[in-house]
Write a protein that binds this ligand. Structure first.
Ligand SMILES: Nc1ncnc2c1ncn2[C@@H]1O[C@H](COP(=O)(O)OP(=O)(O)OP(=O)(O)O)[C@@H](O)[C@H]1O
Ligand SMILES: [Mg+2]
Length: 392
């Protein structure tokens, strides 16, 4: 350990509402050493009487396996009691992995960056988003009102209404055939309801074509992956940029002037997403050759390439093993956190829904039978009986 005192490692940057903690070159061999610095951190934070963003430096910081549980536990409690969000800088591979794992377990965001500058940039985004959220508190982000959808005699959806708030992760749950996928298809314009309206970002509409929904910022992944199996991961993700491409076909064909610049910008954005979802190693691989879990991740990447305001995910974790599910959970949380994307997902695994979502809508036989926080719906007698009565 270097000879900096604990209190010298803590700096408050008032202008950016951030407390910086410098763990650089520290070694945490056991729980006692972890407690020592966290006691000081908590003491100083409590004295301010405010909540702060955290910028944490990990350059050459060693955390022994024996100390990890305490480290994660103290970090979590500091976050809960005093935090508004964290960014981390320059963790070693091992520390990075440990942070990710405990983040996955606790459903919080890992947010690790290579340099302090990158972390500060991300912190700026985080602060801006929280400000926007506070300002736009009464704007309608997505409102579904009295929507009914029939296929001939089949009532897929009957008089459903609910509202989704910007910045949240919401879930639609319900037994097979409840109308969940149909609901997403109505929101992104694939199905046209016979009754009811959808309000998205202030625009009210009854019907909308899928490309119009996409233009307004609604992206979607499908229950059955809809990727080009013979094309590489990179090219599949590029298809998500199509709507954003402005240069005309002739320019693109000759790849000059604006088209060339544009193409490079799109590539850069796509590379950012590839890094973010940790799929660098498969960027050239044809999608059809990938295991299922990775294909789902590429599908998410393609949707993210649209830079959506609202991301609709139809059973993003279906068919995955436990580890793949945990990865996907973490990516969804990170997307929501880092890009500020509002997420509406369908998921059968109740554990996952409870961990991820702020708000849950429950459908059964095309009707809404409950809505609320995960705890509220879990305790709802209608929901319990729908699930007990269901075939799975
Ligand atoms: N294109 C369609 N044509 C006819 N009927 C349809 C169509 N799409 C959905 N349905 C019917 O609407 C009802 C709701 O289906 P939907 O796929 O929305 O359910 P779900 O909740 O997504 O089910 P699952 O959990 O099995 O994916 C079902 O009875 C289904 O057969
Ligand atoms: Mg479905």
């Amino acid at each position: 350990m270097t000879d900096k005192t604990h209190s010298e490692r803590i700096t408050f940057h008032d202008a950016i509402e951030t407390m910086e903690v410098d763990f650089s070159s520290m070694t945490f061999a056991d729980a006692v050493q972890v407690n020592a610095i966290y006691d000081e951190v908590d003491r100083q934070l409590a004295a301010t009487g405010k909540r702060w963003f955290f910028l944490v430096l990990y350059t050459d910081c060693e955390i022994a396996p024996e100390a990890w549980d305490r480290f994660a536990e103290r970090g979590k409690s500091t976050n809960i009691n005093h935090g508004r969000g964290s960014v981390r800088v320059d963790a070693k591979a091992q520390t990075r992995e440990a942070i990710r794992q405990s983040a996955g377990r606790e459903s919080f965001r890992s947010n690790i960056y290579d340099t302090r500058d990158q972390a500060l940039l991300a912190l700026g985004e985080l602060r801006k988003r929280q400000r926007d959220l506070a300002n736009g508190a009464d704007e309608v982000f997505l409102r579904v009102e009295n929507v009914s959808l029939r296929f001939g005699g089949v009532k897929a959806i009957t008089e459903i209404s609910f509202e989704i708030k910007r910045g949240e992760i919401s879930a639609i749950i319900g037994p097979n055939g409840a109308g969940k996928s149909s609901m997403l298809n109505v929101i992104n314009g694939v199905y046209h309801p016979q009754e009811g309206t959808i309000t998205f970002l202030g625009n009210v509409r009854q019907q909308m074509r899928p490309y119009e929904a996409a233009k307004q910022g609604i992206a979607r992944t499908f229950q059955n992956i809809a990727l080009f199996k013979g094309m590489s991961v990179l090219d599949n993700i590029m298809t998500g940029r199509n709507l954003k491409m402005k240069a005309n076909m002739l320019q693109q064909a000759f790849w000059f002037g604006p088209a060339q610049r544009e193409e490079l910008e799109h590539r850069a954005k796509v590379e950012e997403i590839i890094d973010f979802l940790e799929i660098q190693h498969i960027r050239k691989t044809p999608v059809g050759r990938l295991p299922y879990g990775l294909q789902k991740r590429v599908d998410l990447a393609r949707a993210l390439a649209m830079e959506p305001e609202l991301l609709l995910l139809d059973e993003p974790m279906a068919g995955m093993n436990v580890e793949e599910k945990q990865d996907m959970c973490r990516f969804i949380l990170d997307v929501n956190d880092q890009f500020g994307t509002t997420v509406l997902l369908i998921e059968h695994d109740m554990g996952v829904v409870m961990d991820l979502s702020n708000f849950v809508v429950v459908l059964d036989y095309g009707k809404k039978i409950a809505e609320g926080t995960p705890d509220e719906v879990r305790a709802d007698p209608n929901v319990i009986s729908a699930y007990l009565g269901a075939s799975h």
